[in-house]
Design a protein around this ligand. Structure first.
Ligand code: GLA
Length: 773
């Protein structure tokens, strides 16, 4: 460690690659501070994503960040946004990132660039292109030769656009990030070093290069010649977060490269919010210690089109709104968080940073309700099929996004025949002879459905809609459509593999839905609806989708994103810059079908109406009965917010793991747990992809989104939390999915200041058979 530090200090002294300079301005790493033009400088960055903002609104959002009191814009570049098809790069129009950076410069803002190749950001595949998955052996974020080759090509293209905009070249880019939170994915320093070199070779050799991670993971892949920064969110204990980093790099400036202002929303989960007061408190705490920060997000915006990602395990796709409960709302409005933060930042403004007026919001309009009468029934207008003996995922048919229809002829089926799909990614609608049999939802782990008794020769149609590709963790190799096989299982458990498929690609392109023939026809199955409406004065609006099922909306050719009746999001942000005075066109693709095919524009968003029952992990009237069980381990956790490991005396084999929390460190009733890992015989955590929470005695889903499955969602900042007034003991039962030999477990308490709900005494039970309830 000492050597690392010496090398780092050597680089500081020599001013090698960590200094950005030009004749006018320099940005460099000084002793415990950044230096701008040789003077101590605190980076106050506002994260926003140009891909989530209509181009016509870029400057407005930049000015909003400036008015908030920030001096820098921090942004990701999503590789897949710019190279949607292999070798076809696009940096024009709404993808003209250089223009975005110049706009920021014009408004006196510096840029922190986060070019990936991987970003995360709740964006489809974390920003990686889907076509990488055409290679069967692809391992992204690794030294896989093809991944490295494509990464270098992309980075060089980006370099051509942005390297000239580094500060030393007269632009405003001061810092460039290498990869993103790699410690949450793996341990591979050679890979990190290779990405660093690719970034430098692409021309980003005049900016401060850095890598970001969490406090618990930053040392895993830390390179000596990069600056290390940490990510954490509202409510975190700032002292604790930087404790380790300040010890290993006492001379380096400190920076929180993602301070989470709020959080993102998943379909079917409660709308997320975070306290404005706590957010401001955290930022004040950092400013008082001269810690630089980037607020993730200052303005979240909208994940238009098919760009929303997903988290896993458990698979859970992202809503279209990326409002994030950020200080600047999805439509660019001020909020309570905005004013509180602006008030704080005003007090920390340097004389050089002149206050700037908060720009007015764009006009907002209502669109009176109208009916969508013209339809195109997609089953009647399918494109030409491809024949395939075996079922294959959509990537193998050279398709990136949208839906894919698999059609075959069934043999005779007896009563109780099951149709089992391994695996349908992500939403399947199953039809026999054109009649809907049912739906399979990947979020719920659904993979089979009972077929009616049928004579041989019936037509089976499986319509599979791809939601977002996983953007986080090892399940990021998330192929879409049907990934493996489709089988029939009769009542004697005999299995027949279905073959000989006709495969139809249903892309998300506007041209595909626009070119369909629209008629006054009764909708049936996946259907497009078309209408036109007249606008006298364009303005922003929120399309009310609450009477619709599941699908996507295009207005004047712009894809507004996904909607889904389950919520919590019920409206889609529709920027006025995409509206025209006079006649406008709207097309809605609804896979399930609406209760009423009507549209209206509202003046305010509806982001928090969850219409699907909250998925709690305790059935009605169910209570875990441990009276006849013997614990395999009993002990007490230390009163620390760090990861703690418990080792059993012997290896034990089983499938059902129960952690019973018996008391808390603060004497209060609540228990909480951020992450839990179970250790296998090799001393490493066993994979958690197959885990299911079988039982949690209490979950705080009223005030927060704190269900028990948060303990294996790979996010240290989300946790299982019991309801405040429910007394100890608290139990959590995990079904590991298969028999496993285990030797211990690791536990991380909630990260929040004071670690509320920190468990003290506990017992562990582990069995092959299910527990009694
Ligand atoms: C991490 C990632 C970000 C984003 C946030 C959650 O910090 O680095 O890209 O996914 O989590 O919003």
């Amino acid at each position: 460690m000492k050597n690392n530090f010496l090398l780092f200090f050597f680089l500081l002294l020599t001013g090698m690659p960590i200094v950005a300079s030009n004749s006018k301005e320099t940005f460099e790493i000084g002793r415990r501070t950044f230096l701008l033009n040789g003077k101590p400088f605190v980076v106050k960055a506002a994260e926003l994503h140009y891909a989530r903002i209509p181009k016509a609104y870029w400057e407005h959002r930049i000015q909003m960040c400036k008015a908030l009191g920030m001096n820098t814009i921090c942004l990701y570049v999503f590789w897949n946004f710019h190279e949607q098809q292999e070798n076809k790069f696009d940096f024009t129009g709404d993808k003209n990132i250089a223009e975005f950076c110049r706009l920021a410069q014009k408004n006196g803002m510096y840029i922190i660039l986060r070019p990936g190749p991987y970003a995360c950001a709740e964006w489809e595949m974390g920003g990686l292109p889907w076509w990488l998955l055409k290679k069967k052996d692809m391992v992204v974020r690794s030294l896989h030769p093809y991944f490295m080759e494509r990464t270098e090509i992309y980075m060089n293209e980006l370099g051509k656009q942005l390297a000239p905009l580094q500060l030393a070249n007269g632009g405003n880019i001061i810092m460039v990030q290498v990869e993103n939170e790699f410690g949450g994915y793996g341990v591979n320093k050679p890979y990190m070093a290779a990405i660093r070199d690719i970034v430098r070779r692409a021309g980003f050799d005049k900016s401060v290069l850095f890598e970001c991670d969490w406090d618990s993971t930053f040392e895993l892949n830390a390179l000596d010649d990069l600056l290390w920064t940490l990510n954490f969110g509202t409510g975190a204990n700032i002292d604790k977060e930087f404790k380790k980093l300040s010890t290993v790099r006492p001379e380096a400036p400190l920076m929180c490269s993602e301070f989470w202002s709020g959080w993102f929303d998943h379909w079917g989960r409660k709308h997320e919010t975070r306290s404005a007061e706590k957010m401001v408190e955290g930022i004040k705490d950092m400013l008082d210690r001269n810690i630089s920060f980037s607020l993730y997000m200052a303005h979240g915006g909208t994940t238009f089109g098919h760009w929303g990602g997903a988290n896993s395990p458990t698979y859970s796709s992202m809503c279209t709104s990326y409002d994030y409960d950020a200080p600047i709302s999805e439509a660019g409005w001020t909020t309570k968080k905005f004013f509180l933060l602006q008030g704080l930042l005003n007090k920390y403004r340097s004389p050089k940073e002149k206050p700037c007026k908060t720009p007015a919001p764009f006009p907002i309009i209502e669109i009176p309700e109208f009916e969508m009468k013209e339809t195109a029934v997609l089953f009647e207008q399918l494109p030409a099929p491809i024949l395939s003996e075996d079922i294959k995922p959509m990537e193998e048919f050279n398709q990136g996004w949208g839906s894919i229809l698999y059609r075959t002829t069934l043999p005779a089926t007896s009563k109780y025949t099951l149709l089992r799909i391994t695996e349908a990614h992500d939403w399947a609608q199953i039809y026999v002879n054109g009649k809907l049999i049912g739906y399979l939802d990947r979020r719920k782990g659904e993979n089979q459905i009972t077929l009616p008794q049928l004579p041989a020769g019936s037509q089976l149609d499986i319509w599979v809609e791809a939601m977002g590709r996983v953007n986080f963790g090892s399940t990021i190799h998330d192929r879409k459509g049907i990934t493996e096989k489709v089988e029939l299982i009769n009542s004697n458990r005999e299995t027949t593999l279905l073959k000989n498929w006709q495969v139809y690609s249903i892309p998300v392109d506007y041209s595909f839905v626009a070119e369909k023939k629209y008629e006054m026809k009764v909708p049936d199955g996946p259907t497009c609806y078309k209408a036109s409406f007249t606008i006298h004065k364009p303005g922003d609006t929120f399309l009310d989708m609450s009477t619709w099922g599941k699908g996507m909306v295009w207005v004047n050719g712009h894809n507004l994103g996904r909607f889904w009746e389950i919520g919590p999001q019920q409206t889609l942000f529709f920027p006025g810059c995409w509206l025209k005075k006079g006649k406008n066109e709207i097309i809605v693709l609804d896979l399930k079908g609406p209760s009423k095919a009507v549209i209206q524009g509202l003046k305010a968003p509806i982001l928090d109406v969850l219409r699907e029952k909250e998925r709690n992990h305790r059935q009605k009237d169910e209570t875990l009965n441990l009276s006849s069980e013997s614990p395999i381990y009993q002990g007490s956790f230390a009163a620390t917010g760090e990861w703690q490991e418990i080792k059993f005396e012997t290896t034990i084999t089983g499938r059902h793991f129960c952690l019973e929390a018996l008391s808390s460190h603060n004497g209060k009733e609540q228990a909480s747990l951020a992450e839990l890992e179970i250790i296998g015989t090799d001393g490493k955590p066993i994979p958690r992809e197959q885990w299911k929470i079988r039982y949690a005695d209490s979950e705080n889903t009223r005030g927060a989104n704190a269900t028990a499955d948060k303990i294996y969602d790979l996010q240290e900042s989300t946790c299982w939390m019991t309801e405040r007034k429910v007394p100890y003991p608290h139990q959590l039962v995990i079904d590991l999915g298969e028999m496993k030999a285990i030797t211990g477990f690791r536990y991380l308490p909630s990260f929040e200041k004071g670690n509320p709900g920190m468990i003290k005494d506990f017992a562990v039970y582990f069995k092959s058979q299910s527990f009694n309830y």
